[in-house]
Ligand binder design. Structure first.
Ligand code: FE2
Length: 334
């Protein structure tokens, strides 16, 4: 796979003060001032992961996909050009701005600006979260996942799968049409939701501790009209999360406990149980679709659908004591 991870994302917005507040106080990102028109956020040892740029049109965005090195970037550019995609070799000034060594840019069929890069700058100073959280799970999994809304999934999917090498993880037809794609062990680094309109739906960041998410949720609950999707757990990546409305027109999903997959042997399949095991009341969905989602959750609950929590070493303690009843129950779980 030419792409390794979602490396960075950028959004056009004039609401830099609101974004600074939202990013640091609610999400726990570290704000790094770049200029009067550019706000950058750190979430790990990299110099920047998310930027908010006043000079970009409101609602515009770019996603930065990471490749291994300069040779991999050249190969990707050649492959895209061969397929008739316009590729721009961006100047060093823009690479410096993105805090990477080299990058190219191009557009997907829905008009989203994509960038591919190598050599992200590492900051000499440690990451300092904007709120007291344990940190974000990034590394080889990338910054999280991006979910785009598209007019028509079928018109966009071949670009990502056949050209960029994304693997389909799974997909659903109800309560909305959504396809989930991986490029590493993260269940999805990209998803497409068919809404009839091209846009940005949400950006997911994954925290190390479930309590980080709960405490962010408390912050979100304390603000008026901040919750876009209530606390819940997804059926496919098993993420426990909630979605907060950003100062722009999309959401940030704060999650914990996302599963890992083995990309080389993964087989895609259709999700039959809806997007969530429980919770995730979606404020953004039309009422009729919300009702369909609710009924799917009720059916999942009635069927006893559940999955083990996915935890990192050092982030759990096994409880002592088992019983015959639990031995029977746990055998039926995934
Ligand atoms: Fe998500």
């Amino acid at each position: 796979m030419p792409l390794q991870a979602l490396g960075y994302a950028g959004f056009g917005s004039a609401a830099l003060d609101d974004w600074r507040q939202f990013g640091t106080r609610l999400v726990g990102l570290q704000a790094v001032e770049r200029s009067a028109s550019l706000l950058a956020f750190r979430m790990d040892d990299r110099k920047q992961r998310i930027v908010i740029d006043r000079a970009m049109p409101e609602g515009s965005r770019f996603l930065g996909w990471e490749v291994a090195d300069a040779a991999a970037l050249d190969r990707l550019a050649a492959r895209l050009e061969q397929a008739g995609v316009d590729v721009t070799a961006e100047p060093q000034t823009l690479a410096d701005n993105r805090r990477v060594r080299g990058l190219i840019s191009f557009h997907d069929p829905a008009g989203n600006r994509l960038e591919a890069f190598y050599g992200a700058d590492i900051d000499a100073t440690p990451f300092r979260p904007g709120r007291s959280i344990s940190g974000f799970r990034t590394g080889p999994l990338g910054l999280g996942h991006a979910v785009l809304t598209v007019e028509n999934i079928d018109a966009v999917m071949p670009f990502y799968v056949d050209l960029l090498g994304f693997g389909l993880s799974d997909y659903m037809q109800k309560p909305f049409r959504a396809y989930f794609f991986h490029i590493n062990a993260r269940h999805h680094s990209l998803a497409l939701i068919e809404t009839g309109r091209n846009g940005m739906h949400h950006l997911m960041v994954e925290m190390f501790s479930l309590d980080d998410v709960g405490q962010s949720y408390d912050v979100a609950l304390s603000e008026t009209d901040r919750i876009g999707v209530t606390l819940g757990r997804h059926t496919n990546d098993l993420m426990t999360s909630f979605y907060a409305k950003t100062p722009s027109s999309f959401m940030v999903e704060c999650g914990w406990g996302g599963r890992e997959i083995e990309p080389s042997s993964w087989q895609p399949f259709e999700l039959q149980d809806g997007p969530s095991l429980w919770g995730h009341e979606r404020v953004w969905l039309p009422p009729a679709d919300r009702e369909v989602a609710r009924q799917m959750r009720m059916r999942a609950a009635a069927a006893g659908l559940r999955a083990p929590v996915q935890v990192m070493d050092g982030n759990y303690r096994l409880m002592s004591g088992t019983c015959a009843w639990w031995d029977g129950v746990s055998k039926t779980d995934r």
